[in-house]
Structure formats: structure tokens, C-alpha cells
Design a protein around this ligand. Structure first.
Ligand SMILES: [Zn+2]
Length: 81
């Protein structure tokens, strides 16, 4: 890991090409666009289709667990007798 490369938004392979085509400016509400490929080494920045598919199942069960814990806390805490 090279922290200056991450801060400068440079390519993870060659560390020379820019990941984004514009600089981020919070005052102008401009969100930078990601380049499709590195201009120096042609590294592909975009993930392939389905890259985050497995994370969807983990996220689902984490949400279910959070729901169950919240339900039990509220059910016990606000139980009407
Ligand atoms: Zn590169």
C-alpha cells in the first residue's frame, strides 16, 4: 500500500495515471468521474459485472440480524402488560 498514491488518486498499478478525470470540488458540488482505463498503462478501473454480487448476501443477513436485535429490544423494552 502506498498512501501518497491513494491520496493523489493515482493508478494502483503504474502509480502515474489519474483514476479520476476531474478534481473533486465540494464548493461546486462536482463529483469526479472515474476514467475507464489508465492513460499510462491501460489498467481497467471498472469492476466486472457481478463483482459485488457476493457482498449482497452478507449485507442481507447483516440487515436481518440487525432487524431481529432491534425487534427484540423494542419488544422487551415496550412490552405492554
Ligand atoms: Zn496505470
Amino acid at each position: 500500500m502506498n498512501l501518497p498514491t491513494i491520496i493523489k488518486n493515482k493508478c494502483p498499478r503504474c502509480r502515474k495515471g489519474n483514476v479520476f478525470n476531474t478534481k473533486w470540488n465540494i464548493l461546486l458540488f462536482k463529483i469526479p468521474q472515474t476514467n475507464k482505463n489508465c492513460s499510462v498503462c491501460n489498467y481497467k478501473f471498472e469492476k466486472e459485472t457481478g463483482f459485488y454480487f457476493g457482498a449482497m448476501f452478507v449485507s442481507y443477513w447483516l440487515a436481518v440480524a440487525q432487524f431481529i436485535v432491534t425487534f427484540l429490544i423494542l419488544y422487551v423494552g415496550f412490552k405492554q402488560s
